[in-house]
Design a protein around this ligand. Structure first.
Ligand SMILES: Nc1nc2c(c(=O)[nH]1)N[C@H]1C(S)=C(S)[C@@H](COP(=O)(O)O)O[C@H]1N2
Ligand SMILES: [Mo]
Length: 254
């Protein structure tokens, strides 16, 4: 498999271990940030060339050694989210908007009524840990097709319920994006179940993305809106995701 860290960052990755450490790399004009920026275009092209349309490895039940380790936000505190969680997400609606023909909203019952896919895959966090878990959900492509994407759509942006950052200047809600190649990849699903049970709050209930050929931070939890766009320029600081805006690569291929 591609040695992503060596290809991307050389020795710089070795000095970094956690999201907090990366976060500081996102401040201002750090040398590390410039290093990331100069590698981004090159690595995305190189990784795509190597990866092509391949499937991520899938595992067996026997490979599930432990629960999925919760990371990042694990208990969103917003009032809308808390109210939904208390009533088993009966009032949850996923919205698909942006460059689509039909603005579409789907309840959890609507989503679970669609044909589902189940896959046992390994989640790799950039902090250096991995977990194998079983994910069940609806293929993202199926959901996007209900909204009929315009031909101009290039990216799927995920807007989430959790405020990942709170400061005097306000709250920043987690956001991520993938291109439509990954969005329509057969293993890209909106998961509502994990290891045979409804998705726990700690792991992104009621709905989280699985995009199996990329690192953990791409797999947006607590998704409330999927927006199709032709550009990422107006999202956050323009790099396409909360963590990409803070120094990670946008295309986090593994
Ligand atoms: N909405 C949201 N999605 C998120 C995060 C987050 O903080 N908020 N953290 C990301 C990171 S860094 C990882 S490793 C995985 C963790 O998923 P898990 O809690 O199911 O292990 O979710 C990703 N998706
Ligand atoms: Mo992560």
């Amino acid at each position: 498999m591609l040695d992503r860290r060596r290809l991307l960052l050389g020795g710089a990755a070795l000095a970094l271990s956690g999201c907090k450490v990366f976060d500081s790399a996102g401040q201002g004009d750090s040398a590390l940030r410039r290093l990331f920026a100069s590698h981004e275009g090159l690595t995305r092209t190189a990784q795509r060339a190597v990866i092509g349309d391949r499937l991520a490895p899938e595992f067996s039940e026997a490979d599930i050694a432990q629960g999925q380790r919760p990371n990042g936000s694990t208990d969103p505190q917003g009032t809308e989210y808390r109210r939904m969680a208390e009533t088993a997400f009966r009032d949850y609606r996923l919205t698909i908007t942006g460059l689509v023909e039909t603005l579409t909203t789907l309840s959890l019952a609507d989503l679970t009524a669609l044909p589902s896919r189940t896959q046992i895959t390994r989640h790799d966090c950039v902090e250096g840990w991995s977990c194998i878990a079983k994910w069940q959900g609806v293929p993202l492509g199926t959901v996007l097709n209900l909204a009929k994407p315009n031909l101009t759509a290039r990216y799927a942006v995920f807007h989430c319920f959790d405020a990942i950052e709170r400061s005097l200047s306000g709250e920043v809600f987690y956001y991520e994006s993938i291109d439509l190649i990954d969005a329509y990849h057969p293993q890209t699903i909106l998961a509502y179940a994990m290891n045979g049970a409804p998705l726990p709050v700690a792991n992104g209930a009621p709905l989280r993305l699985r995009v199996e050929r990329q690192l953990g931070y791409k797999m947006a939890k607590y998704v409330h809106t999927i927006e199709l766009t032709d550009s990422l320029a107006t999202l956050g600081y323009g790099k396409g995701s909360y963590w990409a805006d803070r120094g990670y690569e946008w295309y986090a291929g593994i």
